[in-house]
Design a binder for this molecule. Structure first.
Ligand SMILES: C[S@@+](CC[C@H](N)C(=O)[O-])C[C@H]1O[C@@H](n2cnc3c(N)ncnc32)[C@H](O)[C@@H]1O
Length: 445
């Protein structure tokens, strides 16, 4: 259970209402979680810092365990809720999350949920007040059984379409381990600026150094208040996301393009190595964040707001990083909203874009240059498959196999072909890592 003893009273009714709105935007309208939370924080002046922390925790906990919360709700209901009852279901999901996983006192979780339902003017919601009361009280009575079931069946926490895919791709043991690690709040990883010692920063910040250049923090408050933030001694980046650039070799003085660069974690790694970086992304909004990140760290890059398919470099490049747009199914630990609004068809569409982007970007590489292709997806269609197809179709491209000693992390992440496949369950006891696919290619003529 997630300790939350200070956040239990009715004073949080406003935050709970805001949580309902955020959850609805994510589950019914497919809005990204970070965006929906950001907008709620910006537009709702009544939310104080504690409200915001509670709201974030409530929404992320609910989404992380949504499938099993729904299972618990359905078994506690006499008559199932229909599609038109989506709003009532979201109230109940939030109530159940507080009861089952957040350590909120029973009376506070039930009273606030029922009060909100009783005050809700949306059609048909008020009529569900008594039912909601009964369902939540039944969950309280059967809490131990429900939690035991949920803990013993991590696969049940995955949406069915992803569960089936991952069972087919990775097998039951690995798929269960991935699902299990996604049930909990992940730790925070910081990439330590080249030239600084990860061990030293681990001591200063009370974290753990891993892989040579990352410090993992299990607990964080406001990261802007941590030592080294203002001076740009480190930046937030999952350890798996730091690997693609680490595999590009020494980039000092080289002309490098970071395609699909925003918000810029990898741009900063390259710039800090002394590369002359073009940071290109089609989203001006996301590039604004990249600009702020560079400003804080005192690093430089040429920022270009353009679509990869509508830009060409002036001269061939020494190295290219293609962090292609993808389904992001490898990042569900941090973004439990990833499955919403995603369909199998979209994965196929993304795979087509990735193949085209890879072919286009490879043309811009000088002979002897290196291109690293990566996606934060667990789907082979977005990693292993486009790269294999590209190598088959392009005789001037060869794979530069990655060696385990280049990574420095104790996990079996090098594939037989010599690519990197990280899984969320690697470093599981420490909180896991994002799922990435990384291939390193070179141009022969
Ligand atoms: C996985 S994110 C990149 C993360 C980034 N490399 C980092 O490490 O911080 C993918 C990015 O691709 C950008 N993108 C998607 N399609 C694009 C296109 N056709 N041209 C340029 N950028 C694109 C998105 O705006 C998004 O910022």
């Amino acid at each position: 259970m997630i300790g939350c003893a200070t956040m239990t009273n009715l004073a949080h009714l406003h935050a709970r209402n805001a949580a309902l709105n955020v959850l609805t935007l994510i589950t019914s309208e497919g809005q990204p979680m970070d965006y929906a939370l950001e907008q709620a924080f910006k537009n709702d002046q009544k939310l104080d810092a504690r409200d915001k922390a509670f709201l974030r925790q409530l929404v992320t906990t609910t989404l992380r365990r949504l499938q099993l919360i729904d299972w618990a709700l359905d078994r506690a209901m006499k008559n199932p809720l229909g599609k038109k009852d989506a709003r009532t279901r979201n109230y109940l999901r939030l109530g159940a999350a507080q009861l089952l996983f957040m350590g909120v006192e029973n009376f506070a979780a039930v009273d606030t949920t029922v009060t909100m339902i009783a005050r809700d003017r949306h059609r048909g919601v008020q009529a569900k007040k008594n039912m909601a009361n009964a369902v939540l009280r039944r969950i309280i009575r059967e809490q131990d059984q429900i939690v035991a079931k949920i803990e013993s069946f991590p696969l049940g926490h995955l949406p069915k379409w992803l569960r089936n895919r991952w069972l087919a791709t990775y097998g039951e043991e690995v798929a269960s381990a991935i699902a299990r690690v996604q049930m909990n709040e992940p730790p925070l990883d910081l990439t330590i600026r080249p030239g600084e010692s990860a061990d030293e920063w681990a001591k200063k910040l009370g974290g753990q150094a891993i892989g040579g250049a990352t410090v993992r923090l299990q607990k964080t408050g406001d990261i802007r208040k941590l030592e080294g933030f203002k001076e740009g001694k480190w930046w937030v980046q999952d350890i798996a996301a730091s690997l693609p650039v680490r595999l590009m070799g020494n980039l000092a003085g080289l002309n490098v393009a970071d395609l699909c660069a925003a918000p810029g974690g990898k741009t900063m790694q390259m710039a800090a190595m002394g590369a002359k970086v073009i940071a290109l992304d089609r989203s001006s909004h996301r590039l604004k964040r990249l600009g702020e990140n560079l400003g804080r760290t005192g690093l430089e890059a040429t920022i270009i707001a353009k679509d990869v398919f509508k830009w060409t470099p002036d001269a061939p490049l020494d190295a290219i990083l293609l962090d292609a747009p993808c389904s992001a199914t490898g990042t569900m630990r941090r973004s439990p909203d990833v499955p919403f609004g995603k369909t199998l068809r979209q994965i196929g569409e993304l795979a087509e874009i990735q193949e085209k982007m890879l072919a286009r970007a490879f043309d811009w590489l000088r002979p002897g240059g290196t291109l690293v292709y990566c996606t934060c997806s667990l789907e082979p269609e977005e990693g292993e498959m486009p790269v294999a197809k590209f190598l088959e179709d392009n005789k001037s491209a060869t794979r530069l196999p990655v060696r385990a000693d280049e990574i420095g992390i104790d996990a079996p992440m090098i594939t037989n072909a010599g690519d990197v496949r990280t899984l969320p369950c690697y470093l599981g006891p420490m909180g896991g890592m994002d799922g990435f696919f990384i291939a390193r290619l070179s141009k022969t003529n």
